[in-house]
Design a protein around this ligand. Structure first.
Ligand code: KG4
Ligand code: ZN
Length: 381
């Protein structure tokens, strides 16, 4: 019998190979005066967002959404979202490059949302970002999606003050943050213990027979209703609950309270006063969000608040925040709605901040982190 052929690759190839590729990774950047030219990639949920920024200048921001594909299921279907990202990625990247007039080889860095979010969706963005970074010899910056919702405001309203409070409200998050430096130092003061604000609106939308996602429909309905018609609870706002959860939120009990009220009308054979229910519910959510945000400002001696996330489109939150923050002498920075929903600009903005702060890029083998903690701004570097 003849000998089997000798292996063509030495068994020990793993180690020296790994060392060689690590040594070739780009280090921290020293951007020019206009700031780094950063590609931002966002695929954490149902929006494929790709943007290009130079420093705080937004050069292009292109978004493809798969929301219409999910609506008939009454919620986001992760498999459908992942496939949609795969299909939309190439055309979205091309459009962002064309609109910005930037060529791939001009870029300084690639930033990508590496968490939190849906595993399959994030995987598409990260895989693409790694391929681009590797092919172009650029640093890869895996950044926190939720912090991105705050960072995007700098593209609209300019540099952040030394310290500010951020309220991030979306379909997946309701978080109160103390931001000392958007690139390096974020403290999580509180978050929702159950449903996020947008999620509660979507559930109440379903209770009231409105299409998915219910948030904007409940909002529109609420504008015709009486906010004082029904006294809905303000969770974690009094006594021991408040002491233990000063900056946390809870909207699940409120949603149940709405369900009871709706059932009560139905059982009595009375038409549900949907606009009044929506208005009273909206008031309860906005009241708790604004009250806790103002309390955080007072306690930390902060006079600026940034509100981000898709739920910040809510008209009652916008109104109440404007009114009560002005009365308290607190500056409110609220980006236009198109920058509040998921988009590439927020990831490019945070990438730009992180690069400008001289951060070392993430390792090329970073994995997605669907539960990325809010105190972690940049994935393992
Ligand atoms: O940030 P976002 O676009 O997606 C993520 O969850 O990441 O937020 C979408 C959420 C949905 O729950 C949607 O119903 C809610 O924000 N929403 C609203 C309004 N616009 C969007 N909720 C209440 N009032 C609105 N005007
Ligand atoms: Zn988001």
């Amino acid at each position: 019998m003849s000998e089997p052929p000798a292996p063509t690759v030495p068994a020990s190839r793993g180690e020296p190979h790994a060392e060689a590729s690590t040594a070739a990774l780009p280090g921290p950047l020293t951007p020019g005066p206009a700031g780094p030219l950063v590609l931002g990639i966002e695929t954490s949920c149902d929006e494929t967002g790709i943007a290009v920024v130079r420093g705080l200048d937004l050069l292009a921001d292109v978004t493809a959404s798969s929301m219409d594909d999910h609506a008939r299921f009454g919620g986001i279907v992760p498999e459908v979202a992942s496939r949609a990202h795969l299909e939309a990625f190439g055309p979205t990247l091309e459009a962002a490059l064309e609109r910005s007039g930037v060529r791939l080889e001009d870029l300084d860095a690639v930033a990508v949302a590496s968490g939190p979010g849906l595993v399959g969706s994030l995987t598409v963005g990260i895989a693409a970002a790694k391929a681009l970074a590797l092919a172009l010899g650029l640093g890869l910056y895996g950044v926190n999606h939720v912090i991105g919702h705050v960072a995007v405001d700098a593209l609209v309203h300019g540099e952040f003050p030394e310290e500010f409070i951020a309220l991030v409200v979306s379909g997946g998050h309701s978080s109160l943050l103390l931001v000392r430096d958007i690139a390096t130092d974020v403290v999580e003061l509180g978050q929702t213990l159950d449903d996020a604000a947008g999620e509660a609106f979507d559930k109440v939308g379903r209770l009231l027979g409105l299409p998915y996602p219910g948030g904007p429909h409940v909002d529109r309905l609420a504008q015709r209703g009486n906010a004082e018609a029904i006294a809905f609870p303000r969770a974690l706002s009094r006594g021991k609950d408040l002491a233990r959860h000063r900056y946390d939120f809870s909207f699940s009990g409120l949603k149940t309270a709405v369900a009871r009220v709706v059932e009560g009308f139905e059982d009595a054979g009375v038409e549900v006063p949907a606009a009044d229910v929506a208005a009273s519910f909206s008031e309860a959510v906005a009241d708790v969000l604004v009250t806790k945000t103002l309390a955080a400002c007072g306690e930390h001696g902060v006079t600026t608040v940034v509100i981000g996330g898709g739920f910040s489109a809510n008209s009652r939150l916008r109104e109440l925040a404007a009114e009560r923050f002005a009365a308290a002498g607190v500056e409110l920075r609220l980006p236009p709605i198109r920058y509040c929903t998921d988009n590439g600009a927020m990831i490019a903005a945070l990438g730009s901040a992180v690069v400008s702060a001289g951060a070392t890029p993430s390792e090329l083998d970073i994995t997605i982190d669907s539960g990325m903690p809010l105190t972690q701004i940049l994935a393992a570097s």
